[in-house]
Design a protein around this ligand. Structure first.
Ligand code: UDP
Length: 409
C-alpha cells in the first residue's frame, strides 16, 4: 500500500529554545540539534512547528525562521521559572500546544526533545492519535553512571515515555546499546539518527588567520574546551591536562558559560583550581559565542579537549573534526563513535588527566602527525550532515504514520 510522505511535524522543545544562544544555561547541543534538524526537515518539504516555552516578554508568539520552519513561544508559567519547577507547567504547556495543533497548525507526528517534552508529547499522542517520537538527548540512568544523580521522578517520567513512544531516536550505535543495557527493549522502534554538522561553517581553514582574528600568539600550543561549564562537562580535567603539559607558553581557551544548578560553583572551583595549579596566565575564559563564529576558535586550536563524564553524542567533537582539528576526548558515549583512537584523535579511559596531557603532547609536539589526524577527522566528519539526518527522520515519520501506534502500558 502507498503512504504519502509525512507533511507536517510538531516538534517539542519545552525547556529551551532552538533560537537561544548555545553554550551556557540550559542551552547547548540540543538547541543546535533542534534548530538544524528542523531546518533540514523544512528544506526537505516537511512543515515543522517547534513549540518552546516563552521565557521573556519580548519574544513574539511566532517566529518564522524560514519557509516551513516556525517557532511558537508558548506562554506557560512565569518567564524565569527554574528548570526544576517546569513539571508544574507541563499541563498548561500541553493545553496550549494541543489547542494550537487543533486550530492552527495540525501535525501528523509529534517529536519530543528531552524527557519534559516527552511527557507532553505522550499526552498529545493520546489526545490527537498521532505517532510520538522521543529523542531524550540525556537519560537519567546514563547520567547516574557518570556520577550525576537525577531525582526519582525523572526516572519514572522516562519509563512512562519509553512505555509509549512509537520511536526513540538515538544518535549512534553506542547510545543504542547503552539504552538497551540500561532500559531494556522498548515497545517502539529504536532509530539511529546521527546528528550533523554544518559543513559550510565548520571546515578546515587557515590557523594563522584564525589566531590573528582572536589575538592569539602564532606559535604557542593552544588547547580548546567548548561547552557549558558544569561538572558533567568536566572542564577541570582540561585545566589539569594543561598544567601537566608543563609548557608555560601553552594556552587553554574555555569557551562557554555556567550551566545548571552546579554551574556557578563549577566556575568558582575552576578558578580556584587554576590558581592552585599556577596556570592563571595560561587560561582564557571566553563567553558563549554565536554558533557559526566557533569555527574560528576551532581553526585557531592545536587540539580540542572533550573530557565529559557522559555525552550522548558530542557535537563539539564533531565540529572540531570537521574543521580538521584533532580531538582528545573521554572514552564515553557518542565520543566513542566520533573519535577514532589514533586516527582522528585520542580516547582517554577514566578521564585520566595525565593521559589527556600525554595525548595533547603527542599532538602539539608532532605537527605532521597532528595534521594527519586532523585531515582524517575532517574526512570522517563529512559522513555527518543535517540533510542526511532529516532524510532518515522524514522516512521514520512516514513509516510510523502507516503503522498502528504502540499501545500504552
Ligand atoms: N556552542 C556554541 N557556542 C558556544 C558554546 C557551544 O554554539 O559558545 C555549541 C557548540 O557548537 C555545539 C553545542 O553548543 O554545537 C554543544 O553541543 P555538545 O553536544 O557538545 O554538548 P551539549 O551541550 O549537548 O551537552
Amino acid at each position: 500500500m502507498f503512504h504519502a510522505v509525512v507533511q507536517r511535524a510538531a516538534v517539542l522543545s519545552l525547556h529551551t529554545s532552538p533560537l537561544a544562544q548555545p553554550g551556557s544555561g540550559d542551552s547547548g547541543g540540543m538547541n543546535v540539534y533542534v534548530r538544524e534538524l528542523v531546518s533540514a526537515l523544512a528544506q526537505a518539504g516537511v512543515e515543522c512547528t517547534t513549540f518552546t516555552r516563552r521565557t521573556s516578554a519580548d519574544q513574539p508568539e511566532v517566529v518564522v525562521v524560514e519557509p516551513g520552519h516556525r517557532v511558537v513561544h508558548v506562554p506557560a508559567g512565569p518567564f524565569d521559572l527554574a528548570k526544576e519547577q517546569l513539571p508544574s507547567v507541563l499541563t498548561e504547556f500541553g493545553d496550549r500546544v494541543i489547542d494550537h495543533l487543533k486550530n492552527e497548525s495540525p501535525a501528523d507526528v509529534v517529536h519530543a526533545n528531552y524527557f519534559l517534552s516527552g511527557l507532553v508529547a505522550h499526552r498529545i499522542k493520546h489526545e490527537l492519535d498521532i505517532p510520538f517520537i522521543s529523542t531524550f538527548h540525556t537519560l537519567a540512568k546514563v547520567k547516574a553512571e557518570g556520577g550525576d544523580l537525577e531525582p526519582e521522578w525523572r526516572h519514572r517520567a522516562e519509563q512512562e515515555i519509553i512505555a509509549c513512544a512509537d520511536a526513540i531516536c538515538v544518535s549512534c550505535t553506542e547510545e543504542e546499546s547503552q539504552f538497551r543495557r540500561l532500559y531494556g527493549n522498548p515497545k517502539g522502534r529504536i532509530e539511529i539518527v546521527a546528528p550533523g554538522v554544518e559543513h559550510a561553517f565548520f571546515a578546515p581553514g587557515e590557523r594563522s588567520g584564525a589566531r590573528r582574528a582572536l589575538d592569539l600568539p602564532m606559535n604557542a600550543p593552544v588547547l580548546l574546551f567548548v561547552g557549558r561549564i558544569q561538572p558533567l562537562k568536566a572542564p577541570d580535567i582540561a585545566v589539569r591536562a594543561l598544567a601537566q603539559l608543563r609548557r608555560p607558553d601553552a594556552l587553554l581557551l574555555v569557551v562557554g558559560g555556567a550551566s545548571g544548578d552546579a554551574g556557578d560553583s563549577e566556575v568558582a572551583s575552576l578558578h580556584a583550581l587554576i590558581d592552585e595549579l599556577g596556570v592563571r596566565d595560561q587560561v582564557r575564559f571566553v563567553p558563549p559565542q554565536p554558533h557559526h563564529i566557533l569555527s574560528t576558535y576551532y581553526r585557531a586550536a592545536d587540539v580540542v579537549v572533550v573530557p565529559s563524564r557522559s555525552e550522548s553524542f558530542g557535537l563539539v567533537a564533531l565540529e572540531a573534526s570537521a574543521c580538521g582539528i584533532p580531538v582528545v576526548a573521554a572514552g564515553v558515549g557518542g565520543l566513542l563513535t566520533l573519535v577514532d583512537h589514533g586516527e582522528t584523535g585520542y580516547l582517554v579511559p577514566d578521564r585520566d588527566p595525565t593521559l589527556f596531557a600525554h595525548y595533547v603532547r603527542e599532538i602539539v609536539d608532532h605537527p605532521a602527525h597532528a595534521a594527519a589526524l586532523g585531515q582524517r577527522g575532517a574526512e570522517r566528519a563529512k559522513r555527518y550532515t543535517w540533510g542526511f539526518a532529516a532524510a532518515r527522520l522524514r522516512r521514520l515519520y512516514t513509516d510510523l504514520c502507516a503503522r498502528e501506534l504502540v499501545a500504552c502500558s
